[in-house]
Design a protein around this ligand. Structure first.
Ligand SMILES: N[C@@H](CCC(=O)N[C@@H](CS)C(=O)NCC(=O)O)C(=O)O
Length: 204
């Protein structure tokens, strides 16, 4: 059975769990105690030298970086398909995965980490304001990609949408909900309502 080394609060781990659930792939969760710094131990570094979660273990094969894990799962478990069959569609999924990681994950992390795990008195408001502005600018572009369709690529649910779900969950912490562009608001509500999203809601 596949093993997913992760933590229940991990946004990147949640992406992978959602894909595993959508694909009906059985897996065992191995909880890495981030607060206890288990990810910094030599044992964990042996499977992920960057000391981050998630790490997927497939019978002695270890893979980290959640976007790469999503694409590996797609290749190993092609049904139900979470990428389109055509090259253009596949390339677009890859493009959106990279853009989610490159444009969204950084500023989202700045806000989410502080607001989830630190008391308000310790928040760095300047860094939060800057990150919020960057996210708002990115969401305007995502909004254009969603024009005329319910999902990012070929109007069907793909890995590109899954990559965003853990961040969309925290959208109200990141930007003023009244300013979320209409297509993004609809897309987000639809994605968060899926059973795989509901089953993976973090406790905090
Ligand atoms: N690019 C990585 C990011 C993984 C990541 O940053 N994970 C966080 C938890 S959500 C982590 O392990 N943080 C612990 C640390 O950096 O020390 C991925 O996509 O898997």
């Amino acid at each position: 059975m596949l093993r997913l080394h992760s933590h229940p609060f991990s946004t990147f781990g949640r992406r992978v769990e959602i894909a595993l659930i959508e694909k009906n792939v059985p897996y065992e969760r191995v909880e890495i105690d981030l607060a206890g710094r288990q990810h910094k131990t030599p044992e964990y570094k042996a499977i992920n030298p960057y000391s981050r979660v998630p790490t997927l273990e497939d019978h002695g094969f270890y893979l980290y970086e959640s976007s790469a894990i999503l694409q590996y799962l797609e290749a190993e478990h092609p049904e139900p398909a979470l990428t389109p069959a055509d090259n253009k569609g596949r390339a677009k999924v890859d493009m959106h995965l990279r853009l989610c990681d490159g444009q969204m994950a950084g500023p989202a992390g700045v806000i989410i980490f502080q607001k989830r795990f630190f008391p308000e008195a310790k928040w760095n408001l300047d860094s939060i304001a800057k990150a919020s502005k960057d996210i708002a600018a990115h969401l305007e572009i995502v909004n254009q990609a969603l024009e005329g369709q319910d999902y990012l690529v070929n109007d069907r649910y793909t890995l590109a949408d899954i990559a965003y779900i853990p961040f969309l969950h925290f959208l109200p912490l990141m930007v003023d909900p009244a300013t979320v562009p209409a297509n993004v608001a609809k897309w987000s509500a639809q994605l968060l309502a899926r059973p795989s999203s509901q089953q993976t809601i973090p406790a905090k």
